[in-house]
Design a protein around this ligand. Sequence first.
Ligand code: PLP
Length: 417
Amino acid sequence: MPEHLSHSKRFGTAQYDHFFADAMAQIHAEQRYRVFADLERMAGDFPRALWHGPSGSQEVVIWCSNDYLGMGQHPSVIAAMTEAAKRLGTGAGGTRNISGTTHPLLELEIELADLHHKEAALVFTSGYVSNQTGISTIGKLVPDCVILSDALNHNSIIEGIRQSGCRRIFRHNDHRHLEELLRTVGQVRPKLIVFESLYSMDGDIAPIRRICDLAEYYGAMTYLDEVHAVGMYGPRGGGIAERDRVMHRIDVIEGTLAKAFGCLGGYIAGTATLIDAVRSHAPGFIFTTALPPPICAAATAAIRHLKVSHSERCAHQDRVQRVKAELNWARLPVMASGSHIVPLRVGDPAKCKAASDMLLEAHRIYIQPINYPTVARGTERLRITPSPCHDDIMISQLVAALSEVWDELELPRESAA
Ligand code: PLP
């Protein structure tokens, strides 16, 4: 070792460890240390999975997957992925600026533009990246732009807005408050309203039509995150905006390929000019490797299937209604939700984790606890996501197991109506 390095080498990097240990001690003290279950989902047998737990491997039923429609095991999606891998190999080979675009990625973008009836679409490596780099780039390209953001917008949206400058927050789903803010910003200054169609922790839905009315009156652009709705709502799976016949009034629609489409990746869709500008300026697009061709091919197969097939959407809604009805009948505290998300109020981080552990260990049911910072402190919950693959027996077993856990932990029930 060179003489001049020997002194510092002796100190090593151990003196930094306490920063990380302190950070973790804080998380443990707040009883929100997260443990990820070690799982293997069983293709062809969703929602069953193999759980590698402390006492070996056991079969469990998953009740918290965002593969909402089970498209991750759909034969045509798996066939598209494997066929593309055999034909084109596994990786994209680089960023699109350096290595060009693989043909399945172009086909995917055409499919997405058509899904939302927009001129063009641009694919990113995740929904998170599409929001973060998409919103920040749009915000920077419009001089002096004010971004008006719903108070409960996802972290990816918040990070995108933070990077782009001026923001105003309106109370969640409160179009009156949004209007007050629009009035103070005035007609002249450029404005972008950013919101979600379906909020994934509460399952509530935005007043999209009202927001579009305001946007048109005050001359604001609209950016709508449809991550938890694409594939599942609307006659072709275009999302809540398609269902409510307002898709044409939204300037930019953002979505994911990782939830109802069962794959990975994110996208924005809008005018050809806007998409070309984001393509040419967004660091989160330019400087990262593109999605692999097998994933693009699989996502395209899932989107094409859900454009014409309604059976998954119908079965999904039927299962959701049944789960809600049985939980209500058992007086378990279902939080009101106008969508497929079924949150069950716990209101305590330690009990939320304990309930999840008991469900897994004693009942072979997996529901991840949802604690701060994903939701506000005191609103901890179990977030249940029924799919078309959950049958009546699984639903009865879920409600029986939850009832037992609720009694053991002395959690409150809803009072009888
Ligand atoms: N937008 C919302 C509202 C989300 O809830 C999420 C993730 O759950 C994302 C964006 C990010 O999407 P992805 O999982 O594709 O990165």
